[in-house]
Design a protein around this ligand. Structure first.
Ligand code: ADP
Ligand code: MG
Length: 711
């Protein structure tokens, strides 16, 4: 069990002793459990199996069909390690009815001993038919002859360093220790299946329970768990909204005089706002004028022009005599914002004796001190940087607006750290004030989903791209046709254009046969010749070096930029007209769309090439194929989001976007609408009538998550 305190569910998380700092004195197992969010007993109890395995029977190979997951007992006939076409262990086994080949690409040396010819083993895996006879890829191997379990075996989602049997033991112990008293008021739930009963049923099926029953998510046990989870989510959202309703933000009086910063900014912009941008600025302006802290999401496709909306929001804030902070998840992205906003705003601010400040973790101490002093004095009307902007040491004179770009990449903790930042030094001395919050995202959440799920968020949408863009042509190309892609690159370069080449990994790994970015850079440099500048950008490079490479590419001194996904967000180099994404099948749909958005920013016709390579099975998986098809068929971010939702389902969809928000592990927003309605309706009544129960329910389900995110 984890060494950290395990408060009973009755305790509020606020009164529980905090888990030890990450990594301090924890065993590898404990660290792995912690990564999975498993700290308190109740966390284990609520960690339900992702599936079940039937280990109750031994079958004969001759009776099993291809595609079945089969458990057999057989004698090893041969076992050897071969190195071509790649390193693998191949064993042949015989169960008297038939033979079968076992193949392992990753294996511990001990496997070789376990599969010594002549030994008898229990093998479990998916049977595949094939040209070379039947085989199993990476089956599990156990000693033969041990007792068979009577019931289905739960399988928990795990990570490397934590073996399934160990995790099973931990879950069993945690469940046994959990006090599973009811937190849902009796009048709100017909208690056919209690929480305790439901969890025991799902963790430890009895021998009479069939696989189909357990997998049926409409079973009362699953319904109960999903209802619990949705209720926790709704309670915490509505609680947050209530809290916010009692908080105060500085109400910013609009300044529409011709000499105002926002008017001057509009005048210096090299373009007119789109209708959507104007609407968003108005919505934000209205919110800023209120005492209720704004909590608004500005969503718009890549290239829809969110930055200028952010700049105008900052200008409105500065016009009212306050400060604005703008944060981005990476230094490169923050630097891009900085470059643009300095260019637009700095001359105008200088006339007012104000300036833009730059704050990141990597900057020199002396420079940092100058910047924080300017923030503290109020001279820095706008502060741009990474999350260093909200570090404890930074004290704002009169912060009124915090803007978070790519908000899904920030955790709840970082958003919470903003809390109270507007207080302290506020000039009116009215007690702690909260800053208004504007979050920006290029991965839109379909509106219906946003409305039903996010009780605590207002949304502005940029549904219009600036005029004059030519759509990016997207092509799917099989990896063996790389040569043609090189030709394409050459064609672009000869027109003076620039090219991005994105690779999914930076290091050669035995497990995943990916070309690494370094090798790709060399390969491209070779193929394109000496006259072409090929740069490399990857996530492990020191920040200064990254910025240098980025600056060279922006200035056109590099023609081709090979990179890992560090360019995923925000990069703006209008002269780049070709984006090549290698192993596109490995990327998520919204990520592909983001990457594609790096081209087509100028007037020139642009293209995106998605290179894909079939996997071990010789095919690209079904979901990957659906993603690639969606990319080829549409360039509209909202349509992409809709397809993504369809491919992944809402739980994962939101999960991937809202790394900070509590994920739904069990409920499915698309199909569990009835339960969601039930939870949405119950939550406010419960907060009113049973506030302690409500708090206990939230802590039980979300307690550890928020502790983690704060850590
Ligand atoms: P994103 O929403 O992806 O952050 P940006 O703010 O980076 O988009 O804007 C993309 C590009 O479009 C930038 O070069 C920006 O200057 C330009 N842009 C923004 N708004 C307009 C507009 N109304 N008309 C023309 N160009 C615009
Ligand atoms: Mg942007």
């Amino acid at each position: 069990m984890p060494a950290a305190a395990s408060p009973s569910p009755q305790q509020k998380s606020s009164s529980a002793s905090p888990p030890a700092a990450p990594g301090s004195g924890l065993s590898a197992t404990q660290r792995a459990l912690r990564k999975l969010g498993l700290v308190r007993d109740i966390d284990f109890a609520l960690y339900l199996p992702m599936r079940y395995e039937d280990e109750t029977q031994i079958v004969k190979l001759a009776d099993a069909h291809d595609g079945d997951v089969a458990q057999i007992e057989a004698v090893v006939r041969s076992c050897e390690v071969v190195y071509r076409p790649r390193r693998q262990l191949i064993a042949t086994v015989d169960d008297g009815s038939d033979t079968c080949q076992l193949r392992f690409f990753n294996f511990y040396p001990s496997l070789h001993k376990q599969l010594a010819p002549g030994s008898r083993v229990r093998i479990r895996g998916e049977l595949k038919g094939g040209f070379l006879g039947r085989q199993m890829l990476h089956p599990t191997i156990k000693a033969a002859g041990t007792d068979l379990p009577e019931a289905l075996t739960p399988v928990y989602s795990t990570i490397s360093g934590l073996a399934q049997p160990a995790l099973r033991r931990e879950v069993r112990a945690g469940l046994a220790r959990s006090i599973l008293d009811e937190t849902i008021p009796l009048d709100a739930w017909q208690p056919q299946w209690s929480l305790r009963q439901s969890l025991h049923f799902l963790h430890y099926p009895t021998p009479d329970v069939a696989m189909a029953t357990l997998e049926d998510r409409s079973h009362p046990a699953w319904q109960r768990v999903k209802a619990e989870e949705l209720l926790a989510q709704q309670l915490s959202q509505q609680q947050a909204r209530h809290e916010r309703a009692s908080q105060r933000a500085p109400a910013l009086r609009p300044n529409v005089s011709p000499g105002s910063l926002s008017e001057q900014l509009l005048a210096v912009l090299p373009f007119a706002l789109t209708g959507a941008q104007r609407r968003a600025v108005e919505e934000i302006g209205r919110d800023l004028g209120r005492e209720l802290p704004m909590h608004r999401l500005l969503q718009g496709d890549v290239g829809s022009g969110k930055t200028v909306v952010a700049a105008l929001a900052a200008a409105l804030t500065i016009d009212a005599g306050h400060q604005c902070a703008l944060m981005a998840p990476t230094e490169i992205l923050a630097a891009q914002h900085f470059g643009k906003l300095v260019q637009w705003l700095d001359p105008l601010l200088a006339e007012r004796g104000l300036r833009v400040a730059w704050l990141t973790g990597s900057q020199k101490k002396s420079e940092r001190e100058v910047m924080t002093a300017a923030v503290e004095s109020g001279e820095a009307a706008l502060v741009i940087g990474t999350h260093a902007v909200i570090s404890e040491k930074v004290r704002f004179a009169r912060l009124a607006l915090a803007i978070i770009d790519e908000q899904h990449r920030f955790g709840v903790a970082q958003r919470l750290a903003l809390r109270g930042k507007a207080g302290g030094l506020n000039p009116e001395g009215k007690g702690a004030l909260e800053p208004h919050l504007l979050m920006m995202s290029a991965t839109p959440i379909p509106r219906t989903l946003a409305m039903s799920y996010y009780a605590d968020l207002d949304v502005s949408t940029l549904d219009e791209l600036p005029p004059g863009r030519t759509p990016v042509v997207t092509k799917l190309v099989a990896d063996h046709r790389r040569d043609e892609v090189i030709d394409r690159i050459q064609a672009q370069l000869s027109q003076g254009r620039q090219v991005y080449w994105v690779c999914p990994l930076i290091e050669e790994s035995e497990a995943v046969d990916l070309r690494n970015a370094t090798a790709t850079r060399d390969e491209l440099a070779d193929a394109l010749g000496d006259a072409v500048g090929v740069g490399l950008l990857h996530s492990r490079m020191p920040t200064a070096e990254k910025q240098d490479v980025m600056a060279q590419f922006s200035a056109g001194r590099l023609d081709v930029l090979v990179s890992t996904t560090v360019i995923e967000v925000g990069v703006d180099v209008p002269n780049a007209s070709l984006m090549v994404i290698e192993h596109a099948e490995r990327f998520g749909l919204s990520q592909l769309h983001q990457l594609r958005g790096r081209v087509g920013r100028g007037a020139a016709a642009s293209a995106c090439v998605l290179l894909y390579a079939p996997g071990e099975s010789g095919r690209v998986g079904e979901a990957a194929r659906a993603r690639l098809r969606a990319m080829a068929e549409t360039a509209d971010g909202f349509e992409i989001a809709r397809r993504d939702l369809e491919i992944r389902g809402p739980g994962e969809f939101l999960g991937a976007r809202q790394s900070g928000a509590p994920l739904l592990r069990f409920a499915d927003l698309a199909t569990d609408t009835r339960l969601l309605d039930w939870a949405r309706e119950l939550a406010p009544r419960m907060l009113q009538a049973h506030p302690e129960l409500a708090q206990r329910h939230i802590d039980r389900w979300l307690g550890t998550r928020s502790e983690y995110l704060r850590a």
